[in-house]
Write a new protein. Structure first.
Length: 594
RNA sequence: GGAGCUGUGGUGAAGUUGGAGUUCACGCUGGACUGUCACUCCGGAGGUCGCGGGUUCGAGUCCCGUCAGCUCCGCCA
């Protein structure tokens, strides 16, 4: 059975269409039956228009209109007519007109949906995810998917305009050490062997540089089998970029230009370039984070020197053991109750802080149990350094650097959000640079690459390989936006001797390195250009541009926090026969049955 | 692996000191209604209180366990 095809979209009709004969296809948003006349709001992806079924116009159509229900798929033919002035609906873009229906065809019936197809629908996300195809009918979701399409296209257009080639790399690839846990795919042809889904096309893009492709990009799905967060999905999309014969400055400049252009075109906001740059050390010291939200201040202030000489044992003891004491000024919160502060302590405790010292300044009075350990002079210095005014609350953490940064950094963000210090309309871009090349892993008892094993060290730090590898700074950079890491990359090692030093620092023998990255190392022997690149997290960028707080809002079919798809119920058990073909036997410890 | 919050007709919620599956709104359904757009009015249907166990004469409510969703820590660039 053929149906009457649309001549125009619902949401596009306006007053100047009055008089024209149109056919519309779409879903029934709402039916209002007034006995004689029936109104049906018809929706497609462009919007909603009111159609009118009047028995005096067409009795047959009116009769069918009576049977129509929510979410039925229909085709209506009729005339666009102007509404009487008193019946104009100013809340609808199409509110000045309506469709006088002459023919209607029910293309498909529909069950009543479990929730209303409308924005700001108050329904549990579990239900939305199970019926994602209905959720996606909501105008807001159309908007987000449209935004995603646009941004993706802008990336493509910009990179195309800068001589980049989009090249696909394999999804079925080799598991490599370092980095996240791999998603594995068993090979039927090679029993007992596995492909890994890419965590990123890292090695392939470097090989494309060896191959002389100069400028590569790819908008590509990546997979990481790690636990989820609001801003972390097990499969996500990267805008993956690699260049040859381009130094770091030129690459960063180009990437700034790209992001500024996208924000400008989408939001009409002029982004200042070059972006602010912070060293990793600075970011950690001042914001307690390697992805600081620069939309507000409340920086972490070091008072270790004062703490060391003060009478408070927790403070001077921590500093004497090599730790530090830092504080933040929570403006106007001197009124916090004992319980408020207790809650803050609990919060800081999640990040390893063993305590939270506080001082409140209210009308020339200093409150807080630690105040008595400081001399007048010390208090004055603290007030000066933290720019204390009346009614301010100071919070201090004394611990090793990581704990101080993590806990105060988290508190800073919490206050930023709760005290409304963040200007939501702002786009605060920054580069974080000079990351350490390697980091000591207490568990593995060896250094591990902070970025990855092919990251180029800064030339002036090369001599530290033999003495203090932890002090070497990498030519690595993260692009940060509003407290999210939206991109990261590095210049890569292209000299064999440096690569060997790197592997040595990571505790890989030549044999191990060959076994794991042999193909890459071999390729590097055939004329490797200086190269480097970056990868952007497309989903996160969309999330920020859409003003969403979860990646799930930006992905058409996302997974839950336990990495499940509630709509398809994947992952799921498979047939014994399939397993047999793959030479796989399932062995689940009895306490892990799900 | 750990912590917190949540789970009650299709949806969202309320449910007191432990006393009958009780309530509200929306939706659904039958009827009435010719200018509604949150249509209105009258009637009706709809439940494994996430699941399992325990305490109790009696559990939506208390206890233990468990599952699911969300957020966070660990993990992850």
């Amino acid at each position: 059975m053929e149906f009457q095809q649309r001549t125009v979209f619902c949401g596009t009709l306006r007053k100047f269409d009055v008089g024209s004969e149109v056919t519309l296809n779409g879903w029934v948003q709402k039916r209002r039956d007034l006995g004689g006349v029936i109104f049906v709001d018809l929706r497609d992806r462009t919007g909603i228009v009111q159609t009118v079924f009047n028995p005096e116009i067409n009795a047959a159509a009116h009769e069918i209109g009576d049977k129509v229900r929510t979410e039925y798929v229909i085709s209506v033919k009729g005339k666009v007519v102007e509404r009487d002035p008193e019946t104009i609906n100013p809340n609808m873009l199409t509110g000045e007109i309506e469709i006088q229906v002459e023919e209607i065809e029910i293309i498909n019936q529909a069950k009543t949906p479990p929730f209303f197809i409308e924005d700001d629908v108050d329904v549990d996300e579990q239900v939305r995810l199970k019926y994602r195809y209905l959720d996606l009918r909501r105008p807001q979701m159309f908007k987000t998917m449209q935004l995603r399409h646009k941004v993706t296209k802008m990336f493509r257009d910009f990179l195309d305009g800068h001589e980049f080639l989009e090249i696909e790399t394999p999804m079925l690839t080799k598991s490599t050490p370092e980095g996240a846990r791999d998603y594995l795919v068993p090979s039927r042809v090679h029993p007992g062997e596995f492909f890994a889904l890419p965590q990123s096309p890292q090695l392939f893009k470097q090989l494309l540089m060896v191959a002389g492709y100069e400028r590569y990009f790819q908008i590509v799905r990546c997979f990481r089998d790690e636990d989820l967060r609001a801003d972390r999905q097990p499969e996500f999309t990267q805008v993956d970029i690699e260049t040859s014969f381009l130094n770091m400055e030129d690459l960063l400049t180009m990437m700034e230009e790209m992001m500024a252009k996208i924000v400008k075109e989408l939001k009409g906001i002029e982004i200042e370039t070059p972006f602010q740059r912070l060293t990793y050390a600075d970011a950690m010291d001042r914001y307690g984070s390697d992805k600081p939200d620069l939309r507000f201040g409340m920086e972490l202030v070091d008072i270790s020197d004062i703490a060391q000489t003060c009478g408070f044992q927790v403070f001077n003891g921590t500093v004497n053991r090599g730790g530090q004491v830092r504080g933040i000024n929570v403006k106007g919160c001197a009124h916090y109750s004992r319980k408020d502060v207790d809650d803050l302590m609990k919060f800081a405790g999640k990040y390893g802080a063993k305590g939270l010292a506080w001082m409140a300044f209210k009308d020339d009075e200093i409150k807080g149990p630690i105040a008595k350990f400081f001399t007048e002079q010390e208090i004055a210095t603290i007030k000066d350094r933290l720019q204390v005014e009346n009614n301010d609350l100071l919070l201090f953490v004394a611990d090793k650097a990581k704990v101080v940064a993590d806990s105060l950094g988290a508190l800073r963000l919490k206050f930023g959000k709760e005290l409304g210090l963040i200007d939501e309309s702002k786009f605060a871009f920054a580069w974080v640079v000079d990351f350490p090349l390697v980091e000591w892993d207490e568990e593995a008892k060896r250094y591990v690459a902070l970025h990855h094993p092919f990251t180029r060290p800064r030339p002036e730090d090369l001599h530290l390989f033999d003495s203090e590898p932890g002090q070497i700074r990498a030519q690595a950079y993260d692009m940060v936006l509003n407290g999210y890491e939206i991109g990261g990359g590095s210049m890569r090692i292209y000299k064999r001797d440096i690569q060997e030093k790197m592997f040595k620092a990571l505790g890989f023998s030549q044999e191990e390195a060959n076994e794991k990255f042999g193909f890459l190392l071999e390729a590097f022997e055939y004329g490797t250009p200086p190269h480097g690149g970056i990868a952007f997290g497309l989903d996160r960028i969309i999330m920020i541009l859409a003003g969403a707080s979860s990646l799930r809002e930006t992905i058409a079919f996302p997974k839950t926090a336990s990495a499940k798809d509630l709509m398809t119920n994947a992952p799921d058990a498979v047939d014994a026969k399939q397993l047999e073909e793959l030479s796989i036997r399932i062995s689940i410890p009895p306490n892990q049955k799900s």
